[in-house]
Design a binder for this molecule. Structure first.
Ligand code: AP5
Length: 271
């Protein structure tokens, strides 16, 4: 593993993830399943709940991850969010990543593997973590497996959100996000409470439901960049599913209402 991620950005991303879990935990009572006897790791301690949330850009990973966090009590680790934090902070990693991200291309395996290897050692990952947007190449999956195997651990589940390419442009181009928490909204499909009915999405109407802070649109959320992002997804990321195999991967039809999609994700995330 070559390059390491800026500690500042990792800490910031980690704190945001931890705060995200905490902020969602209060409302999760109805989602918590009957507890099962915890499985043990090879080392004999309670096994960490390690899962991958998989799917193309706009599939709903960022939308549903907070509910999985609240249910499992484990943080969402989004390499996209961490890289955007590095870009915003102007770190060397951020400077390297920015051009690739804006063009919809993948950042190098060394950078993202370094970020994740460091991040999963943080205390909030003690009982597990939800990988969002990682691994995105078979090489990244192999490196992840190596890092986990050193502790006698492995990925337990891969939940694949399936959405046809044709519906993704409207989702991506209508998305607004709350930068600090990663909460994801959509002008039409999942509007914030601040958008009056019948009004067009304008910055003054687009505020986070929880903090009331302004929402923003990502610089790579354009129809042009989406073409490249989908190309990278099909060519480089889809093979990761085969790497983990049918025994670990569960497919969810994510081209339905948010509630219907969540019901299937909820059923697929029992440890
Ligand atoms: P990243 O941030 O990971 O972006 P992504 O994978 O392209 O995924 P998105 O965040 O766009 O989609 P999402 O599934 O979270 O969608 P959301 O839930 O918001 O990566 C960005 C870039 O960083 C990459 O292009 C790459 O350059 C780099 N990068 C990151 N990780 C990397 C790695 N491991 N290796 C190399 N490079 C890496 O939903 C989208 C919209 O749809 C929202 O508005 C939402 O409200 C709406 N929506 C969701 N579900 C529904 C539904 N069922 N019905 C209607 N609308 C819905």
């Amino acid at each position: 593993m070559g390059q390491k991620f800026s500690v500042v950005a990792v800490v910031a991303a980690g704190a945001a993830a931890a705060a995200h879990v905490a902020s969602n935990a209060g409302g999760s009572q109805g989602l918590v399943k009957k507890p099962r006897a915890p499985k043990k790791s090879a080392a004999g301690s309670e096994a960490r709940k390690i899962m991958i949330l998989f799917g193309p850009p706009g599939a709903g990973k960022g939308t549903h991850a907070p509910k999985i966090e609240a249910k499992l009590g484990t943080p969402q680790l989004s390499t996209g969010d961490m890289l955007r934090a590095a870009v915003a902070a102007g770190t060397p990693v951020g400077k390297q990543a920015k051009a690739a991200m804006d063009a919809g291309a993948l950042v190098t395996d060394d950078i993202v593997c370094g970020i994740i290897a460091d991040r999963i050692k943080e205390p909030d990952c003690a009982s597990g973590f939800i990988l969002d947007g990682f691994p995105r190449t078979v090489e990244q999956a192999k490196k992840l497996d190596e890092v986990l195997a050193k502790n006698g651990e492995a990925v337990a589940k891969v939940v694949e959100l399936r959405v046809p390419d044709a519906v993704l442009e409207e989702r991506i181009c209508g998305r607004w996000v709350h930068k600090a928490s990663g909460r994801s909204y959509h002008a039409k499909f999942n509007p914030p409470k601040s958008l009056p009915k019948g009004k067009k999405a304008k910055p003054k109407y687009m505020l986070d439901d929880v903090t009331k802070e302004p929402l923003m649109q990502r610089s790579d959320d354009t129809a042009e960049a989406l073409v490249a992002r989908l190309k990278a997804y099909h060519a480089q990321t889809v093979p990761v599913l085969q790497h983990y195999g049918a025994g670990k991967a569960v497919g969810v039809d994510a081209n339905r209402t948010l509630d219907a999609v969540w019901a299937d994700i909820d059923a697929a995330t029992v440890f």
